[in-house]
Ligand binder design. Sequence first.
Ligand code: DGT
Ligand code: MG
Length: 491
Amino acid sequence: MSKPVIIALDWDAFYCSVEEHFDPRLRNVAFAVRQKGIVCTCNYAARALGVKKLQSLAVALKTVSDLIVVNGEDLSRYRDASKELWMFVRKMVWGGKVERLGLDELFLDVSDMIEYNLEFLRESQYDDFFFRLSRDDETGFSCTSAAVAGLYATQNMPDLTTEDGLRLILASQLCQHVRSRIFTEKGYTSSGGISTGKVLAKMAGAVHKPNVQTVLDPVFASEFLKEKDIGCIPGIGRKYRANILNSVYGSVDDVDASVDAIIRLVDETKLIGLFGDFLGKKIYHLLHGTDTTPVNPTPDIPTQISIEDTFGSLKTLPDVRSVLHELMTLLYERMQIDLMSFGTWTAHARTIRLSLRYRAAAYGVRTSKSDAVPSVIYSAAEKEEIVRAVVNKTLMPLFHKLVAEPRFDLALLNVAVVNIEKQPAFAEITGFLGKRQRVNDETELPKRIEFETEDGDDEDDDEEGYQTCEICGQRSLRFAVEAHRRFHEPE
Ligand code: DGT
Ligand code: MG
């Protein structure tokens, strides 16, 4: 069976691109988006001047004293843009095989589309042929199988004479087409990676940025990976890197953490010994570029959202509280991404569940307790306040019900929301990207732009920047009101 063909897309300077849609004057200046005291991202003009992602704002302003800074603490506009781009891309992929990762990454499994078009290429006597995007109509694009669209990740281009190489070349043409449609119809640039697995495609996409795509033939995976630090392989990260280095060298400092060095020192058996069967095998494949984790299409509304962490040993209540705080923060952020549109909850989860595994328990044996999701989650309170309330009033009491004895030793904590239901009176709203230009182009661009909420002085606004819809009573953030009104308009 042939290998899958995967495209990874990552929006360029994503929060900046979203901000540019709201204020097009930002397109021509170096600017950063801040959250608290950190530059969470900056546009490429600012990067050219030396500003870096995740730098402290103070340092960035020392580097570029007249840097424009946009307040990015309200994530709703990024969430909405992300959702709209995902839905747009999903329509172009057979079977909607598109998985979202966070707000700005997508994985597309285009294997079927490539296989189908390979047939036409085989029949064709020419290098140029018509790529069919759909089985039953003629929409598509002209493409050539004679060259890669974009760049390649190593010195070597895919081998045109093999079927696998040809598949990747066709996928590069498809990726080019998808990215150019995203740009012309939605105004967003992206970087793309094309390979036979999610991890290789994602890593390839990061080689050349911005607005470039890169192909990696798995034949060259080991050459591509060999000098990389194991921690930069998605799925290994800092935590497993430290485990591996400690077990190999007894230290994480001043040691050779390259893939090449580690695969010489650690075999599959050792990794299974370190991480257990499932994770050990997975890490082995990640290090060898042979990971086959499939694209898992993201549903409109997930059946559950779950976040967990594992530990060598977790024994005290203060540590449990602090882990639950971290997990709940991540869970709440994921809920906002998956269950909100245009500042409004489009679905509610009804049940929250805490699960744990004792260190002494067999792998896979968990105990759980559930409760109703507290209504504070869907309130307009600040994230920190919501998380604290859920930890104190729901998760810690659930923990005490699960663990009655004062001494315990845990290996895993998981917090999940389940029983997710679409909110009535809410349908998908799309189509706002690139259409709204709220800023008067004649006004001077302020040095510090603070987008609190949009559109100012509406009489119906309440104090928190929300407005209540007169038709269905739904409360929406002010900038989402226009879109929400369109939802009620007849087709
Ligand atoms: P890129 O992909 O290098 O062109 O730049 P971005 O800005 O798209 O960066 P990326 O893809 O790593 O992350 C997407 C967005 O997620 C980014 O615009 C801001 C946000 N983000 C990423 N990492 C962090 C982080 O560590 N903290 C916070 N607060 N936000 C982050
Ligand atoms: Mg990005």
